[in-house]
Design a protein around this ligand. Structure first.
Ligand code: ATP
Ligand code: MG
Length: 593
């Protein structure tokens, strides 16, 4: 591609609202243009990156035995009513009516449509297994679209759906996808981890996330340094009797319960200071009110721990759709504000986190503004609560089911694989005649990859003050040839650059020739901003010594290489980089789950 005929529009500054580096750089580099909140046009440089990612995904899906299809973005409400999701999906589902008043939605995912395809086409076990995939636009009316294409409303996803007749088959399809995903992320050239995305409650290993490691990521991963455990922090269980104390028993009460005046004290930290630093977190009770489909409940945690709302939803007292009550609701229910709540004389059911299981002589709010109790003991001053796993796991907690402590890192979820079982096939009557006779619902798996999110994730993972740094496989161009050719005397330089450019193209390298004859500094800055990994500069001075200047985007300084064989040298480098990514070696990140 010649830069003079290409569409490169870069800017010095990004709009102030762009918070994340990747968002700022994508806007500055002219990768995307916002059409509305969370809705973007992809411009040539950005689209090249997205396309290269999509192509790697497509190749690996095909290699794994999946068949590509293309389903509609607009989906009829009837199918969603059949699956039962029309009423439960909520506001992320964008619904509308056509001119006849028929209801539709923009597809946020395609289980319903693909199930409908399958039930029409498949009747017997001999037609299975199959795995159908597409690379297509999804729409989710995200409550807070942000960070550009990282969390947009319209985005491109690869979604695949497997259909099997038995559990074993479903697990094999899942395993095939897991391996294909590892190859995809290896080839794309990202540092990532595959992590358990559920607590393993339903038979274990039913869902995994692929997370690109980046400090700015929204996901927290907790992992065991020995490589035996890694999971999304949201899904990490905390064991009973793990609040840092020793032994399994609660110490005997030593203090009498006393009500004390604590004017204006509503935080654990302020209370700690007010009491002269004498109440360690395990003896300060944090009380929250949560409510769900089954009712409202008071939840108690050690003062330094935070609630995992998904764990709250698992308590029978609360149930699905668990949410924290607002300050006003808490006041209405209990008669005191946040920071003054506690288990003594609590009217609501009470569940306490394991972090308080071994605590005695505690401090808590008195359910009266401006007052706390000290010397509180469960079973004496208030009923013994039921203990459960409520808290968000964090680094330093025990490795579930293992030894040692968890470490923490952050990342961006770019892929997600699930074993769905018969959830959709049962609801939508996707059945097949089984080998032993009789028809049964088939078993499904679904597998997503956020193609456009990967573009942003790759930039978050590798960039510097000058711009993006792309792996060879997904860079907008793998290489750029920049001639520094004075208008009058630059003929020879231009010719040498053309020759190198032609040779690289002939070798199948995706190369940009910057023939715009701009100031060298401008051309260098743009190549750096766009993250083009390999840069070859051809100048009259270099040619005098038969040399070209080569620099890798991530290197500190350039080096001179023979000009005649520059194309060959760069081709070798790129081929070996691509082969390293595509080496077919399942990376370590993938082996540990
Ligand atoms: P998240 O927790 O980030 O909302 P999700 O669990 O809703 O993700 P899935 O339904 O599993 O996501 O979708 C599969 C993939 O699609 C995700 O792994 C992610 O890469 C991508 N994706 C999901 N939502 C968005 C979005 N709003 N913008 C861009 N990509 C997205
Ligand atoms: Mg989501």
């Amino acid at each position: 591609m010649r830069a003079s005929r290409f569409f490169i529009h870069t800017a010095k500054e990004a709009p102030a609202e762009a918070e994340l580096v990747s968002h700022r750089l994508m806007l500055r580099a002219g990768f995307v243009r916002k059409a509305a909140a969370g809705i973007y046009s992809w411009l040539p440089c950005g689209w090249r990156v997205a396309r290269k990612i999509a192509e790697i995904v497509r190749e690996e899906m095909d290699a794994a035995g999946c068949a590509e299809i293309f389903m509609p973005a607009v989906q009829p409400a009837e199918l969603w009513r059949e699956s039962g999701r029309w009423s439960v999906y909520g506001a992320e589902l964008l619904r509308f009516s056509d001119r006849h008043g028929r209801e539709f939605c923009m597809g946020p995912t395609h289980e319903e449509i693909v199930s409908d395809i399958l039930r029409a086409a498949v009747s017997g076990h001999r037609q299975l297994p199959v795995n159908l995939y597409q690379i297509q636009t999804k729409f989710r009316d995200e409550i807070r679209p942000r960070f550009g294409v990282m969390r947009s409303r319209e985005f491109i996803m690869k979604d695949a759906y497997s259909f099997d007749i038995c559990e074993k088959g479903m697990r094999e399809s899942y395993e095939t996808m897991r391996r294909a995903y590892c190859r995809i992320f290896d080839r794309v050239g990202l540092k990532y981890r595959m992590v358990a995305a559920d607590s393993g409650a339903i038979g274990g290993d039913t869902s995994h996330e692929f997370v690109v490691l980046a400090d700015s990521g929204e996901e927290e991963i907790l992992y065991d340094k020995n490589g035996n455990y890694a999971a999304n922090a949201e899904h990490v269980p905390c064991a009973a009797n793990d609040n840092g104390g020793d032994g399994n028993s609660r110490p005997e009460p030593r203090e009498e319960m006393k009500k004390i005046q604590t004017p204006g004290i509503t935080t654990i930290a302020a209370l700690h200071e007010f009491l002269g630093g004498k109440t360690p977190p395990a003896r300060s009770i944090k009380t929250m009110i949560a409510r769900g489909s089954n009712g409202a409940c008071a939840l108690l945690l050690a003062g330094d721990r935070s609630l995992n709302i998904a764990k709250a939803a698992r308590q029978p007292e609360i149930g699905a759709g668990a949410e924290l009550a607002s300050a006003e609701e808490a006041r209405e229910l209990i008669g005191a504000g946040f920071g003054s709540l506690g288990p003594v004389n609590m009217q609501l059911p009470v569940v306490a986190d394991y972090s308080l299981q071994k605590s005695a002589d505690m401090v808590c709010g008195a359910n009266e503004d401006g007052y706390h109790y000290v010397g509180v003991n469960f079973g004496r001053d208030c009923p013994m609560p039921r203990f459960a796993d409520l808290r968000a796991a964090q680094s330093g907690d025990a490795v579930p089911g293992g030894e040692g402590k968890l470490s923490s890192c952050r990342g961006i979820e770019v892929g997600h694989i699930f074993q769905l079982g018969d959830k959709y096939s049962k609801a939508m009557n996707v059945c097949a005649e089984m080998p032993e006779g009789g028809a049964r619902p088939v078993l499904m798996g679904c597998y997503g990859i956020g193609v456009t999110r990967i573009v942003a994730a790759a930039i978050e993972q590798a960039h510097d003050e000058r711009g993006m740094i792309f792996p060879d496989a997904i860079a907008p161009f793998a290489a750029v040839v920049i001639p520094i050719a004075p208008k009058k005397s630059g003929e020879e330089t231009r010719a040498a650059a053309e020759k190198t450019y032609g040779e690289l193209r002939a070798a199948g390298i995706d190369v940009l020739l910057d023939d715009r004859e701009l100031r060298p500094g401008v051309m260098f800055a743009e190549a750096d901003l766009l993250g083009i990994p390999h840069r070859i500069v051809i100048s009259p001075r270099g040619l005098q010594n038969n040399e070209a200047e080569y620099k890798h985007r991530a290197a500190d300084s350039p080096e001179n290489i023979p000009a005649k064989t520059a194309a060959e040298t760069i081709t070798k480098k790129i081929r070996s980089n691509l082969a390293a990514g595509a080496g077919g070696q399942i990376s370590r990140a993938c082996q540990t789950s």
